[in-house]
Design a binder for this molecule. Structure first.
Ligand code: ZN
Length: 427
């Protein structure tokens, strides 16, 4: 049942009243340099935030075997985070409403060269409407918004009348195994909301993502006999060209995919890292690239991985040098399928009403070409999986920032959503 205008106004006012505190908590989160594998301290911090609010707490490790057996699990490597997953559980006095998962990740991508930032990346700074800092927009602002939405209800003497799980995960930026672990642990609810920086829109469709490495071996000789050797770095240029052909082939298939046919370039291949060779005067014996490519929803990661291997094998057969030195492909991260949020769910209708009440605008939906944890809940829990959050700039780039006025609107929408979806009861 839609919220009464009076309750709705009280909730929006409560978010407004708590907003300074919310921003302070967000700044505190940004100060943790929670790069991959370095999220232990921030997860302890989140644990305390949730426990201090009276939630029942659980903290658990990744189960490598269970994740490896699951089709949505990504391979473990030496870089895989060992930080725990943290879940805070709100239990109502009487379970009357629909249950909900509020999820966020604490891991952030590397800041890159510090001198390309205007200010140090892990020192939060506010300028005008923008809160700066690595991981502020993606997605510590959303993480704290999950908590602030519940705080706002509490500040007016209310709490959700259904179970709410507040999940804080790691590995969102590299494998998606953290979100998958919450599923494998057995957590289930009637809907999930993940406040990633989605420009005040709802994600309708999302690509899957695969990470892989390609290593090419050459023949090392002194450069004076260069013609007798084979340069692994030169050969890698040809491997990259072959991968660009595959990317073009996948983009050409966009007309088969409803939510992607109007996008100019829905499938992006990123050559994210390159290493190779040992010495300026030796023909390089090795070269390795780290790649990321996306896939349309409905295509399994296994199918896509096989096509990558087959495509590279065919390209190698047509190349005099690579035919005898076929490049080796290793899958070392994301191995995920995309998803589509089917229109017409009650959860979407409730979020639409909440968004309209908080922003005065109709809720729009769109396709995003990057990985989202929402896929775990959409594909394996088969529940309405809502990814929706504030306006941002330069996520994964320099001077990452989130709009504070947008964050406040989104938090109000989230609090209204929780109140209507779960129902409310007096504390
Ligand atoms: Zn994110």
């Amino acid at each position: 049942m839609p919220l009464s205008p009076d309750l709705s106004a009280r909730i929006v006012a409560a978010v407004e009243a708590g907003f300074d505190e919310q921003v302070a908590l967000t700044q505190e989160m940004i100060r943790f340099p929670s790069l991959r594998g370095e999220e232990h301290a921030i997860q302890d911090h989140v644990f305390r935030l949730l426990r201090d609010r009276g939630l029942a707490m659980e903290r658990f490790e990744m189960d490598e075997d269970a994740i490896s057996r699951h089709p949505g699990g990504a391979p473990f490597t030496a870089e895989h985070s060992k930080a725990p997953i943290v879940v805070g559980i709100h239990r109502p006095r009487e379970e009357k409403g629909r249950s909900l998962i509020l999820q966020a990740h604490v891991d952030v991508v590397p800041p890159g060269p510090a001198n390309m930032w205007t200010r140090p990346p892990f020192e939060p700074a506010i300028e005008g409407d923008w809160l700066y800092g690595r991981g502020g927009a993606d997605m510590k602002a959303g993480h704290i918004a999950n908590i602030a939405a519940l705080d706002a209800l509490r500040s007016i003497g209310l709490q959700p009348a259904a179970t709410v799980y507040v999940q804080s995960v790691v590995e969102e930026e590299s494998t998606g195994n953290g979100a998958l672990m919450t599923h494998l642990r057995g957590y289930r609810a009637d809907a999930v909301l993940i406040p990633e920086p989605e420009e005040e829109m709802l994600v309708r469709a999302n690509v899957g993502v695969i990470w892989f490495q390609v290593e090419t071996r050459g023949l090392p000789v002194h450069v004076r006999e260069m013609a007798a050797g084979a340069n692994a770095i030169d050969a890698t240029y040809r491997v990259i060209a072959a991968l660009r052909d595959l990317e073009a082939k996948w983009n050409a298939r966009k007309s088969d995919h409803e939510h992607f046919r109007d996008e100019a370039h829905p499938i992006n291949l990123n050559i994210g890292k390159i290493e190779g060779g040992d010495w300026a005067s030796s023909v390089p014996a090795w070269c390795r690239i780290d790649c990321r490519i996306s896939l349309y929803p409905g295509i399994s990661a296994q199918e896509a991985a096989r096509e990558i291997e087959d495509h590279l094998a065919a390209a190698a057969r047509a190349d005099t040098f690579l035919a005898n030195n076929p490049p080796q492909v290793t899958f070392n991260g994301f191995h995920s399928e995309g998803y589509v949020l089917e229109p017409g769910s009650e959860a979407e209708a409730v979020l639409g009403r909440a968004h309209e009440a908080a922003t005065g605008k109709e809720l729009k939906s769109f396709m995003t070409p990057g990985y989202l944890d929402t896929r775990v809940y959409a594909l394996y829990d088969r529940i309405p999986a809502l990814c929706y959050g504030p306006i941002s700039k330069n996520i994964h780039g320099f001077d990452e920032r989130v709009s504070l006025t947008s964050l406040k609107r989104i938090t109000a929408a989230m609090a209204l959503f929780v109140a209507e979806w779960c129902g409310v009861e007096p504390i």
